[in-house]
Design a protein around this ligand. Structure first.
Ligand code: SAH
Length: 397
């Protein structure tokens, strides 16, 4: 395939020379040269000097990814093979851990090829494709996975279409179909995974270390509130860690059967726990009116949420969410504040925390901080790739 030359605007040169991997529309002079997703791009300066090579692929952010700064390197099966095997060998300690059988094997640009990720679920590989451009290379990736000795089956999710929406269709690609549910382990705890049920498979692997810490250090004897609880993963870890009781709140009806399933899979009687389908913002008002107080509150909202009454954006509204949380947290209680919003950094997130406590006239202490775990590999040239920010906050008087 012919390589298309794109001129980088002068004010963006420094960034790309330093290894910034995302190709931004606004950084390119002759964007109209791009015709077909999957085309190989050469980034050059205004004197046509080579900077880097990448591919054209439209995602919600950017129009492609840099793949190499070596002009001679070819983007072919060997290229994909090398990067994938390197990523797999980097996860050696995950593959050999019998207590954790679900982890990320390939994390896009963090592993040298932006636009797709691969997760491992006890012998099954799930690929997420984020653009038509990268999907053009799918056979390279699938061929490599097929040949891994432990690969039982391959699934994929195409997170793009003409409108950039998720395509909800059968996602089985190759091999043996996984049982439904597929039971995996995370630090000894069982999770039910559904590889063929839409975009979300049942658990967010990036919170592994946070769940473990809650179980091992913060849950014992505590009255725990888990908001935006999805399938109850945090509640399960808290219950196993000896919580007095957990209350899970999520807007989606599916959260009841899914959370019950997770409790049951781990030998916990779900009837001793509360699972509530409700708008979290509404639940906060109710809890305040009833003067309910919790020792440990887990806050893990989506970056954007829309319900009948409420429109939530983490970047705008996290501070207010924290203020409502402070209202229903016991003195000396703990708030686990988490966000996966890539549009602000840890410093700004801590700014929201500071403001929320200041406006409530309360003091606090930060006890722990978490970012993405090791298998969600990131690179320093792309800070926004390390999107996860979790802060354990102790509420003081
Ligand atoms: N904390 C979860 C993941 C949260 S995913 C975990 O670690 O597994 C986001 C969840 O927020 C979804 O399950 C969605 O149904 C829920 N949600 C979105 N808006 C909501 C709202 N206003 N009130 C309650 N839940 C909401």
């Amino acid at each position: 395939m012919k390589e298309i030359r794109l001129k980088i605007k002068n004010r963006f040169l420094k960034r790309y020379n330093k290894g910034y991997p995302l190709i931004l529309k606004e950084a390119v002079q002759n964007i109209d040269n791009l015709k077909e997703e999957g085309q190989i791009i050469q980034l050059v300066d205004d004197k046509n000097r080579f900077i880097a090579k990448g591919y054209y692929g439209l995602q919600n952010k950017g129009c492609g990814w840099v793949l190499t700064s070596n002009e001679k390197e070819k983007i072919n099966d060997t290229f994909f093979h090398k990067r994938l095997l390197k990523a797999i060998s980097f996860r050696g300690k995950f593959y050999s851990d019998e207590n954790t059988t679900a982890f990320r094997v390939f994390n896009g640009e963090g592993d040298g090829i932006g636009g797709f990720t691969i997760d491992y679920f006890d012998g099954y590989y799930l690929i997420n494709w984020y653009s038509k451009g990268i999907y053009r290379f799918k056979d390279y990736v699938i061929d490599i996975l097929k040949n891994l000795s432990d690969c039982k089956g391959i699934y994929e999710k195409r997170r793009f279409d003409a409108q950039g929406k998720f395509i909800n269709e059968d996602s089985f690609v190759w091999g043996e179909e996984a049982p439904e549910p597929l039971i995996v382990k995370e630090n000894g705890v069982n999770f039910a995974i559904y590889l063929n049920e839409g975009a979300m498979v049942g658990v967010f692997l990036d919170q592994r270390e946070v769940r473990k810490k809650i179980r091992d250090k913060y849950a014992r004897g505590k009255n725990v509130l888990n908001t935006f609880s999805y399938t109850g993963a945090f509640s399960i870890f808290a219950a196993i860690g000896g919580a007095k009781k957990t209350t899970s709140v999520d807007l989606a009806n599916r959260s009841i059967p899914k959370t019950i399933e997770h409790f049951s899979l781990n030998g916990i009687d779900y009837e001793t726990q509360d699972i509530i389908v409700e708008d979290v913002f509404h639940y906060f008002k109710y809890a305040q009116k009833k003067q309910l107080k919790f020792d440990l509150v887990i806050l893990d909202p989506p970056s954007f949420a829309k319900s009948k009454k409420i429109r939530f954006s983490a970047a705008k509204d996290y501070k207010d969410l924290l203020k409502s949380t402070i209202n229903i947290t016991e003195k000396e209680g703990i708030i686990v504040a988490s966000t996966n919003c890539a549009s602000f950094d840890m410093k700004k997130f801590k700014g929201f925390i500071e403001k929320a406590f200041e406006e409530m006239g309360k003091k606090y202490e930060i006890l722990e901080e978490y970012r993405l775990p090791q298998d969600f590999r990131t690179i320093k040239e792309f800070k926004e790739g390390n999107y996860l920010k979790v802060v354990f906050i102790k509420v003081k008087k």
